[in-house]
Design a protein around this ligand. Structure first.
Ligand SMILES: Cc1cc2nc3c(=O)[nH]c(=O)nc-3n(C[C@H](O)[C@H](O)[C@H](O)COP(=O)(O)OP(=O)(O)OC[C@H]3O[C@@H](n4cnc5c(N)ncnc54)[C@H](O)[C@@H]3O)c2cc1C
Ligand code: FES
Ligand code: FES
Length: 1487
């Protein structure tokens, strides 16, 4: 067998010989195999000497052609790459298997030897889905689908581990699903998580062979928690609950049908058709025997849509077909509007088994690689020590969760890597027997035992030994919130300790406990290293280079010892986030209650995990239960950790106050646990969450045959099975090359030189392009104004700007090549923030403003003179990263003929893609076909910023005449693609003494970045939403677009409107506080009334429903009662405060200031078999547009849903398509689809009449075809009425800016921890007016998803730059979006259906398709209800602490840092960090 030759590397240690010399003898003697043998989805696979640079994900996606497993971040932070490893449970004495969800993007390929790898394709397919895949699809748990395979696999591991093959019992509780961290390593940006949890919870009722598993909770703590939450929750399961939770299959609270289904809606576009009565349909329970499941109708073979169907003639002669499609069949019925969904039964026995050959597997020494990198996999510690001795710089790799991040993001290559996680002595912890445990003085953990196993060990021993094992409980608590489950399944303590990260979570506990490490090397064999002496400096330890860590010894105190040890962590997000400050404290008291020993250890406060020395000496010998001791400890701690304002890592004040607060909590907790005396126990409780509940009202009186039905996203099942293709999943083309971008490392600099020659020398690199590759005049683009170069020319204007592109035969080679390009810069001063831009007068030309009332005559002074009170302030609003799960990707295939190119792009904008590819290639647009199948999320981020990537590829494809592909890494995407605009408003508002708004004036600034993109239009929308729902007679608002040296900010769901409405609500709070008035009263007093005008002169018409919505939501959420309860809670609680608010929203629909975009085209072709092909200009990004458009076409043509097919959106089918944006996708394209259907219906009418009511669509169409009737139609629609002209102030002639307003309201209640700034959303109720929803399931998904995205925007999502202008938040490690456990604990969603008298509403002024309303963006602003509820909670804390509550400012986002720093308490003052002259904050926020 040929074995690789070890590389000679620069890092070869001088004391010995080269790697080759050192390792060759070992390779020859011991490491004789270079085969990795494993099972992949049940199939035996052998890889001989694979690419040593590959992770498991690289292998899966490159070689095995399994594209379901996605690359979302490459750093273990999103879970899109999750696969399951099926392995024997080595911790168990029994012959058991277990299922481990792991991040394939980090997992080293060598680690799969001897294991069974299961990917999403291995568990099911569209034809035969796994029950999980089916349920997530049918319960609307997948929108864009990019996160879905990863989530499916995490749940798969959980469900499979829930089955005990010995007892044949299946046990899974809601607690397991939500509170045990099985999903904490997965992110979804679309769904708001609720439907995924609902789908997972359908397994709770599952059981095997009729043995229903008993629900069990673990301990009093959980019961207490659950009780507490139930006290306010109003969902299913609570006594107070009135409504159905909407659980599929019915809820215990479902009452008898109210049978209010009717079709009295008013639609201008479709004559009302008769709804299918729910009583016609059979109700099918949630779980049925799979054998009894009715076979779905065959689809495109013709059976479903072409077989004769029963039909009836409408009175107007139109044919109404009463049939179900295969999709309708799965929505077999509904009761009270709650869809009954039919699932296959889950049968654990039918799952993929563990391959029997693997039971016999014995790991053998393994080695493979090439002259750049080599992997070893020893199978014993002896072999490992031998190897380390021969070559000490060999890099040990355990779970790789640290090492692979270094490889990927810090360019570490680790030429010799050694995989240690399969060495049994290192990974298997042998515990004392039950008999030995009582007397045990320590617990010895094998150093590479995976953290999940350590969690379990800690839990078991703590349960056994109780308080004596408190140290293990402290460790378990830290591990529960340590990374995500996928990482904990593989990562080790050894890896955490050896990394010596200053923010390690395990190290403080081990150090505080007085732990000892056992190391081994060849010379000393085993030797001890006390934790207290292990960390020497930043990421430097006392471990000799030739040694390994083999054990971690944790001492247990003797039973009589009075000792307490606790650990605490504060991060930006509770789940899967590295700490801001992490800590462990241990105190031992003598019989007099005096401190005998104490150890206060912190992470995040110094370059390494650090004990507080002064505090120790101050506390020793003191009586612990004494406020003087507490005080002395706090004083000493602030000296121990006296951070400077400019400390690396920033947040000096917050970190310092956390240091004090966590100790404060520990002191209280220890006094309480040791029963030393009475303390305020409220200081002890941390924020916990309970199992979430919630409802959707699920009642649709407007349901028709197809439109109005809750049909699942038509790609959902494909997304759940991994069959849905995204750009990077498309098959490789012969000769295809991959792009790697060369990005600026400076924020603002002259480009002195660019040397790409070294890149061309790199393996696989074929070429390089930059500004010189295209004519100068083609090197410019822009969405509205062309002001941005494709490639930097002479200067770079932001960190991450594209300088050039290297292309190579693989993506990895292209990226390595790009890094080899040498760029010399001459740095220039950079403007980053809005304040800096104002100071430097750095603006783009904009000049738009809104004037109303006296402002028209420049008499705002007079307006303010009429006010009783005037308030002024400055309010800031931070940006937001889109964080769609699929990064920007494109592929260009040149045909070789006539310059034609097929351009696939993950873009919302086929027209602009086509236009600019045409410009850079010099080929007319008619030879460029821009195509989009689906995007893995976009949210506005791919409306314009996607365009350049297709252009780079087109330039290279033209040059090389070869296909080109590019998918950005997450950090590249975040650097390049811009964000939601940070804003600042400097405002002045005047009111009457009763609180009536009179005058409003403001200068509003957005941070555009280095180019304009759509910043002007975003400003326009902000200004036109600054009113939210309130009438002000005199208004003067001025917009300023700031030019800075950050990436170009762009469209993002809401497009300036959330910023505008946020300012409006901030004003409301400032006024209410200033007047001492109830803010809800103030709101109601100022709500628009029908007939009033906005500051852009749009009349509030009769479809003004905000007052009704507020009234209904106030009632359904029991707002007034809860508001009173919040006041009572706050009066009783010193360390927790609650806040609640109820806020309306009004969102204008249409492309507001780009009138020409308010048009759409559609193209329908009917084939003579009756199948319908539909194209329209809209693109699918998960929002369900294709599904809705197909419903519209199916409804209009009178065919079943699965008779209509949309394959993609392409500029060859629909010319000049507007971007899918502004929530207008359904409005515009729906009308165009309808227009095409109308034409076809008119042509088919004679054949319908001739063939009669029982003729099938196929028969009708076939007859038309034989008669030479045109069965294709091009639909078109332009939005009427709209056409506002800025500056037009003529009330009589001015045209509306918006076609209509989507309206709604939200109510949120929160609880915040005053000591840490941590918070939870206790409950949210949303109500939206969506008109007659085309598909309520999709619209609920949009409402919930937008809300959670808004919640992130207004709370944890904070974009940061370093003070030299580098974007710091460029991956999931530093930028936190909400995860599963951030959503409201009670989450209720409803749609406005009735007026206050209970009569179904009609939308008299709505002229949209099926009288539906755009819903993609409007609910996002309701995420601000969490912000404003938090503001209320903080206000209560400030009142208690005697801090100012009038005219105080609290900016968005409400991060834990901002919350903590706003509390106004004494600890905050004690921890103050004074800014010295010239000191700069480490981080910059640019709002
Ligand atoms: C997304 C993400 C989230 C994270 N969250 C957290 C968190 O919340 N808290 C936290 O503390 N950390 C966190 N980490 C860091 C990391 O996961 C931990 O440090 C983990 O414990 C490393 O273990 P590992 O086995 O994966 O180490 P590896 O990456 O395999 O190795 C890390 C280092 O340890 C060395 N090493 C491994 N085994 C041995 C051994 N037996 N003897 C000597 N040296 C050895 C390696 O050579 C290497 O230098 C996170 C990482 C990621 C990617
Ligand atoms: S791609 Fe692996 S976790 Fe994001
Ligand atoms: S469906 Fe989860 S990210 Fe889009």
């Amino acid at each position: 067998m040929a074995l690789p030759i070890p590389p000679k590397t620069a890092s070869d240690p001088p004391r010995t010989h080269s790697a080759a010399e050192a390792l060759t003898p070992l390779i020859t003697s011991t490491y004789r195999s270079s085969d990795i043998q494993f099972y992949l989805n049940g199939k035996k696979t052998v890889l001989n000497n694979p690419n040593p640079h590959w992770t498991l994900l690289d292998y899966i996606r490159t070689s095995a052609n399994l594209k379901g497993t996605k690359l979302g971040c490459g750093e273990g932070g999103c879970g899109a790459c999750t696969v399951v490893l099926q392995v024997p449970d080595t911790q168990s004495d029994k012959r058991r298997i277990k299922h481990l969800a792991v991040n394939a993007c980090l997992f080293p390929l060598v680690g799969i030897d001897g294991k069974h790898v299961i990917t999403v394709e291995g568990i099911g397919s569209v034809e035969n889905p796994h029950p999980l895949q089916e349920r997530i699809a049918k319960l609307h748990g997948s929108q864009c689908g990019f996160c879905t395979p990863g989530i499916v696999m995490s749940l798969y591991a959980m469900v499979r581990n829930a089955y005990d093959s010995e007892t044949k019992k299946f046990h899974l509780s809601e607690r397991d699903i939500e509170l045990e961290g099985h999903l904490d390593g997965n992110l979804c940006r679309c769904t708001g998580y609720k439907p995924i949890l609902e789908a997972a919870k359908t397994f709770v009722i599952e059981d095997l062979k009729g043995q229903l598993a008993q629900e069990s909770t673990s301990g009093a703590e959980d019961e207490k928690l659950e009780k507490e939450v139930k006290a306010f929750q109003n969902g299913c399961g609570s006594k107070a609950s009135k409504g159905s939770c909407g659980r599929p299959g019915g809820c215990c609270r479902d009452g008898p049908s109210d049978s209010s289904s009717n079709d009295s809606r008013s639609t201008t576009s479709t004559p009302p058709t008769e709804p299918v009565s729910s009583s016609d349909e059979e109700l099918i329970p949630a779980t049925i025997d799979v054998k009894k499941e009715p076979k779905a109708d065959a689809s495109i073979s013709g059976a479903t849509y072409a077989k004769p169907v029963k039909s009836k003639e409408d009175s107007d002669g139109a044919t109404e077909i009463k049939t179900t499609t295969s999709l309708d069949a799965s929505l077999a019925g509904s009761k009270n509007g709650v869809p009954y969904i039919q699932f296959q039964e889950y049968a654990p026995g039918a799952e993929l088994i563990f391959p029997s050959l693997l039971w016999k597997y014995e790991p053998q020494p393994l080695c493979y690689g090439n002259d750049k990198k080599i992997w070893f996999r020893p199978s014993t510690v002896e072999q490992l020590v031998e190897l380390k001795d021969a070559y000490p710089s060999a890099k040990l790799v355990g779970g790789a969760s640290e090492v692979q991040v270094e490889v990927r993001f810090k360019n570490s290559d680790f030429a010799v890597s050694v995989y240690v996680s399969d060495i049994q002595e290192l990974r298997r912890t042998v515990l004392p027997s039950d008999a030995e445990l009582e007397a045990a003085k320590e617990i010895v953990l094998a150093a590479n035992t995976p953290l999940t196993e350590i969690e379990a060990i800690c839990k078991d021993i703590y349960a056994e030994l109780g308080k004596r094992a408190m140290v293990l409980e402290a460790l378990r608590k830290q591990l529960r919130y340590f990374a995500g489950r996928q990482i904990r399944n593989v990562a080790s303590l050894a890896g955490n300790i050896a990394t010596a990260s200053p923010i390690s979570d395990a190290n403080p506990v081990l150090l505080a406990a007085g732990g000892t490490l056992v190391a081994e090397n060849k010379s000393q064999q085993k030797f001890d290293l006390p934790m207290s002496k292990f960390f020497l400096a930043y990421r430097t330890t006392a471990l000799p280079p030739d040694a390994i860590l083999s054990q971690v010894r944790i001492p247990l105190p003797a039973p009589e010892v009075r000792e307490i040890i606790k650990a605490y962590k504060q991060a930006k997000r509770k789940d899967d986030d590295i700490a801001i400050v992490t800590s462990a404290f241990r105190v031992r008291l003598n019989s007099e209650g005096k401190v005998e020993d104490v150890c206060l250890v912190y992470g995040g406060m110094a370059p390494m995990t650090k004990e507080a020395p002064k505090s120790k000496s101050v506390l020793l010998g003191k009586k612990w239960f004494s406020s003087e001791t507490l005080d002395a400890g706090l004083t000493a701690l602030s000296e121990d950790f006296d951070l400077t304002f400019s400390v690396p890592g920033g947040m000096a004040h917050y970190r310092k106050v956390l240091t004090l607060s966590l100790f404060f909590r520990f002191w209280h907790e220890s006094v309480a646990e040791l029963q030393l005396g009475e303390v305020d126990e409220q200081a002890i409780d941390e924020i916990h969450r309970a199992i979430s509940t919630g409802s959707r009202d699920n009642h649709n009186p407007f349901e028709q045959r197809v439109v109005g039905k809750q049909i699942p996203h038509l790609s959902a099942l494909k997304q759940c099975t991994g069959e849905a293709e995204y750009i990077d999943d498309m098959p490789r083309y012969e000769g295809e090359l991959f792009g790697g971008l060369v990005l600026s490392t400076k924020a603002h600099a002259n480009l002195v030189s660019i040397d790409y020659a070294p890149a061309l020398e790199m393996p696989g690199v074929i070429g390089y392009i930059d500004k010189d590759s295209i004519p100068k005049e083609a090197n410019i683009w822009g969405s509205i104004l062309k002001d941005e170069p494709f490639f930097a020319d002479g200067k770079v204007l932001h960190h991450g700007q594209v300088i050039g592109m290297v292309y190579a035969t693989t993506a990895l080679e292209a990226q390595t090549g790009a890094r080899a390009v040498k760029v010399v810069y001459e740095e220039l001063p950079a403007i980053l923030t809005i304040d800096e831009a104002i100071e430097a007068n750095s603006y783009f030309k904009h000049g738009k403003f809104l004037r109303k009332g006296l402002a028209l005559d420049d008499k705002m002074d007079e307006a303010f003179a009429r006010c009783d009170r005037v308030f002024e302030g400055t309010t800031r609003f931070g940006g937001q990263e889109h964080f769609y799960l699929e990064t920007n990707a494109a592929m260009v295939i040149p045909s070789g003929e006539d310059g034609f190119m097929e351009v696939w792009s993950s873009t919302q904008n086929t027209m602009e893609t086509q236009e600019f590819v045409s410009a850079v290639t010099g080929v007319p647009s008619n030879r460029i076909n821009a195509r989009v199948k689906r995007m893995g999320g976009a949210f506005g981020g791919k409306e314009s910023r996607s365009v350049p990537f297709a252009c780079y590829l087109a330039i290279a494809a033209k040059k090389e005449k070869r296909p080109m592909r590019l998918m950005l890494n997450r950090d590249e995407d975040m650097l390049l693609s811009g964000q939601r605009h940070p804003f600042q408003a400097r405002w002045k508002v005047g009111v009457s003494r009763e609180g009536k708004l009179i005058a409003l004036e403001g200068d509003v600034y957005d941070n555009a970045g280095f180019s304009q993109d759509m910043s002007g239009a975003v400003m326009d929308r902000c200004l036109t939403h600054f009113d939210n729902s309130y009438q002000t007679p005199h208004v003067f608002l001025r917009g300023h677009v700031c030019r800075t040296n950050i990436h170009s900010n762009t469209a993002f769901r809401g497009f300036g409107a959330p910023q505008g409405m946020y300012f409006a609500e901030t004003l409301m709070y400032n006024i209410a506080e200033g007047l001492g008035m109830d803010v809800d009263e103030l709101r109601l007093k100022n709500l628009y009334e029908i007939g009033e005008h906005t500051p852009f002169y749009q009349k509030i018409d009769h479809d003004w429903h905000v007052p009704i919505i507020l009234g209904q939501l106030r009632k359904s959420s029991e707002y007034e009662k809860r508001k009173r309860a919040v006041v009572e809670f706050n009066a009783r609680n010193r360390w927790k405060k609650r806040g609640i608010c109820l806020i309306p929203t009004k969102f204008g629909l249409s492309f507001a200031t780009a009138l020409h975009l308010n048009q759409a085209g559609a193209y329908i072709k009917i084939y003579h078999d009756g199948s319908v092909l539909l194209h329209h200009g809209g693109t699918e990004m998960g929002q369900g547009l294709y599904t809705k458009m197909i419903q519209v076409a199916a409804q209009e043509l009178g065919v079943p849903v699965d008779a209509v097919y949309t394959q993609d959106s392409q500029s060859y089918q629909v010319a000049n398509a507007s971007p899918t944006a502004a929530s207008s996708g359904s409005d515009l394209n729906g009308m165009a689809v309808k227009n095409a259907c109308d034409q076809i219906n008119e042509r088919l009418q004679p054949y319908r009449e001739k063939l009669g009511r029982n003729a099938s669509f196929k028969q009708i169409v076939h007859a038309a075809y034989l008669d030479r009737c045109n069965l294709a139609a091009n639909g078109f629609w332009k939005m009427p009425r709209v056409g506002y002209t800025w500056g037009d102030t003529n009330w009589d002639t001015v045209k509306p800016m918006y076609y209509y307003f989507t309206q709604g309201a939200g109510c949120s209640e929160v609880e915040v921890d005053l000591l840490t700034g941590d918070h939870t959303v206790l409950r949210t109720d949303l109500m939206m007016d969506v008109g007659n929803s085309i598909n309520p399931a999709i619209d609920y998904g949009q409402i919930e998803g937008a809300f959670v995205q808004g919640q992130g925007l207004f709370t944890m999502e904070e974009t940061l730059w370093t003070n030299n202008g580098q974007l710091f938040t460029k991956g999931p490690g530093t930028y936190k979006i909400p995860g599963f456990s951030d959503i409201p604990q009670v989450f209720n969603t409803s749609m406005l259906r009735h007026d206050n008298e209970g009569k179904p509403l009609s939308w008299n002024h709505l002229r949209s398709v099926q009288s539906s309303k755009g819903i993609g963006e409007p609910p996002l602003f309701l995420g601000s209800t969490v912000f404003f509820a938090l503001r209320e909670a903080v206000k209560s804390a400030r009142e208690m602490n005697g801090a100012n509550t009038k005219g105080w400012s609290f900016d968005s986002p409400a991060t834990s840092e901002r919350l903590r720093l706003a509390m106004g308490d004494d600890l905050l003052k004690r921890a103050e960090v004074v800014r010295k002259e010239g000191e700069k904050n480490f981080f910059v926020t640019v709002s």
